[in-house]
Design a protein around this ligand. Sequence first.
Ligand code: PBG
Length: 327
Amino acid sequence: MRVPVRRMRRLRSTAAMRRMVADTTLSVDDLVAPLFVREGIERAAEIPSIPGHFQHTVGSLVAEAERLAGLGVPALVLFGVPEVKDPEGSRAWDAAGIVQVALAELRQALGNRMVVIADLCLDEFTSHGHCGVLARDGSVDNDSTLELYQRVAVSQAVAGADVVAPSGMMDGQVAAIREALDSAGHSEVAILAYAAKYASALYGPFRDAADVTIAGGGDRCGYQMDPRSRRQALAEVGLDVAEGADMVMVKPALAYLDIVAAVSSAVDVPVAAYHVSGEYSMIKAAAERGWIDGAAVGIEHLTAIKRAGADLVLTYLAGEVAEAIHG
Ligand code: PBG
């Protein structure tokens, strides 16, 4: 007897049919735009390894945020580059620091039209480029770093951040930050925890953008996760939720879709994924050579990240995808 052929192609016949049966939708509502602000520059400078993105002045930052808000992008995540770095990264919690000044201006200009997320880390501010302060042996001292993160969190909340996003992968950082925010009267500020952040080679272009060089050719393998571990990602996420994270993040995104999927079925808080600088730059570089259709690959990447279970995606493609959808 002939095996009946199941006609899968019936539901692929027209664009409207495919749209009707799709189970994954990429929406501008899911996108968070990363933006960089640099202290002490006169005009915005394009970042060569993240084409189309800039180290902004406060003025050009606000203009770009306004443009994104107009395109319907609901959120931005801010990174700051200070003029002066020191071993502790003290400009990170300076009330007159570049991030604090920029947050206040963004708040003023945007009101509540965009969610303003402040990346909370020290690597952009430390002279040695690590995400925390160093112990005598040169390793990153976890618990002294937590105290500094608490100061940064409170200063970012005072400046107007809706959400702080600790990205340093120190143990106990979410609990420490939650406690500091609450005791300073900022219980309304949410925490987006970079929960499963891997030590990835895909952050290269970001380090150009944030002007970060790790001293002595070092790396972050002593605090960020080993790409060979899946189990630890679930442990990290569980700890961050227990410590009070309002949202958790997996980073990078594409090479870690298994982690995104596992995390999204394990937790009941929103799950973010960060399509990082290297993921963006690979698309741009190949598209520039005419080897791929960059716009199509971008949409395919972001759709895959959503399909894996992410609720929101931090992506350098936010502006152009919003333009393509609403433009
Ligand atoms: C650390 C931080 C990094 C990124 C976001 N926050 C770099 C790192 O861990 O070295 C990378 C983001 C990207 O590559 O787009 N503050």
